[in-house]
Design a protein around this ligand. Structure first.
Ligand SMILES: [Zn+2]
Length: 104
């Protein structure tokens, strides 16, 4: 699957959706969506982190270079650092699950 290089719609086209602040809802807010694939951008306080943050976390674990490469390959294949569709919480869950697969 080819990764979408998301591009936000214009201000006027944004759609009103519930807005989350630390797990609680804080009413509706206009959300931009991608004009190519339609995914709505995550604008909550639960932001996705760049891949570099998790690469740094991996280097702190007792993993071989090959294991790290396999983990990163798997993360990248699932759009792990997609700031539109991913939240920080979702990233943490996926990260733990994938690392557990290679590190025991
Ligand atoms: Zn897109």
């Amino acid at each position: 699957m080819k990764r979408c290089r998301h591009e936000s719609c214009g201000r006027a086209e944004r759609i009103w959706l519930p807005y989350d602040v630390r797990g609680g809802q804080a009413g509706l807010k206009p959300h931009p969506y991608c004009i190519h694939c339609g995914v709505v951008k995550n604008i909550s306080s639960d932001r996705a982190r760049p891949l570099g943050y998790y690469i740094n976390e991996l280097t702190k674990l007792p993993l071989t270079k090959v294991q790290i490469r396999l983990i990163l390959k798997e993360l990248e294949a699932m759009g792990f650092d997609d700031t539109y569709s991913m939240t920080g919480t979702a990233q943490d869950e996926v990260f733990r699950r994938v690392v557990k697969k290679y590190h025991r």
